[in-house]
Design a protein around this ligand. Structure first.
Ligand code: PSU
Ligand code: MN
Length: 305
């Protein structure tokens, strides 16, 4: 183990004994939701992992360490502090060397999960290719992490603040399987449909674990995207959302927001314009992803033993 990694005892014993563990990210806590919805979402996501039969391991940078498995006080801190930086791959060494706290993105969480030996991770949505990337070159580091780090990411697709078609193209280029759980379409976070197909549809956690096992056995570097659409009863109206997203993108453009600020800005603007509706939908899809990730991790653990 490296000197920067600190794994909670409960998580470490589960890993040592080959029991299922699911990683969870922390950018969603510090930058994805307002307080106190962020605390509720983080704690409920952990509870849903447990209900699904796995041990939750929320990841963050705290006190100069890469922490895997947080206490409720740690979560409260990440949710309230206000100055916790977004930590993707390139931020991790910079923040650790300064002893600063950081909230890990999908890329950051994958990297730390892999160091700890965790192979399944649940989140809300992944980052991707931004609209207008032909000009801005804004492609999330999440996609490049998926290209290199062996962790399966269970998500509800990606928000249509992004160009979902180009996002899928980049994943294809990098050899990242995009598996649709009980869906033929790549979901668009708040809605089940995006008009873009997945690479392969699989209808059970066991079949998904089967693919992950073959990838592992072959030693193929890189991650897997498992796309789990939001439940029908929690889905939002796509036309209403399109308007909110268009307004949010126009605001970002006007304020010339770019780089690592743009995604948190757009998430905040969507929450503000859509009120409680998007928050409720966002929470539900995270919980659903936590349960599916736990089921997949359980299947993988059984196959090992
Ligand atoms: N998309 C969401 N919710 C999120 C994020 C993205 O719908 O919380 C966060 C995730 O942590 C993701 C990060 O890894 O934003 C991507 O940021 P960027 O676009 O700067 O790579
Ligand atoms: Mn970016």
């Amino acid at each position: 183990m490296n000197e920067y990694l600190s794994v909670a005892p409960e998580v470490q014993s589960a890993l040592d004994e080959g029991r299922p563990v699911v990683a969870l990210e922390s950018t969603i806590i510090s930058h994805g939701f307002p307080y106190p919805a962020n605390v509720e979402c983080a704690l409920e996501a952990e509870r849903n992992v447990r209900v699904g039969g796995a041990i939750p391991a929320t990841v963050a940078l705290l006190g100069g360490k890469l922490r895997v498995g947080l206490t409720p006080d740690d979560i409260e801190h990440l949710a309230r502090a206000g100055d916790v930086e977004k930590a993707s791959r390139r931020d991790i060494p910079v923040l650790l060397s300064a002893g600063r706290d950081g909230a890990t993105t999908v890329a950051g969480t994958m990297l730390v999960a892999a160091m700890a030996g965790i192979s399944v991770f649940a989140t809300g949505g992944i980052g991707g290719v931004h609209r207008g990337a032909q000009e801005s070159f804004d492609v999330s580091a999440d996609l490049l992490e998926l290209a290199r780090t062996d962790v399966a990411v269970v998500c509800a697709g990606a928000k249509s603040i992004l160009d979902l078609g180009l996002t899928l193209e980049v994943l294809e280029t990098h050899g990242v399987p995009v598996l649709g759980y009980r869906t033929d379409e790549f979901p668009a976070f708040y809605t089940r449909s995006s008009g873009h197909g997945v690479d392969r549809r699989l209808d059970s956690a066991a079949e998904i674990a089967g693919v992950l096992r073959v990838r592992r056995d072959l030693g193929l570097a890189g991650g897997t995207v498992i796309a789990n659409p939001i439940a029908v009863e929690h889905e939002l109206d796509p036309e209403w959302l399109d308007g909110i997203i268009a307004t949010s993108l126009a605001r970002a453009d006007e304020l010339r927001i770019h780089g690592k600020e743009i995604t948190p800005f757009l998430l905040g603007s969507i929450h503000e314009l859509s009120g409680g509706a998007s928050e409720a939908a966002n929470k539900e899809l995270v919980y659903s992803n936590a349960r599916l990730a736990a089921a997949i991790a359980s299947e993988l653990a059984q196959a090992k033993g």
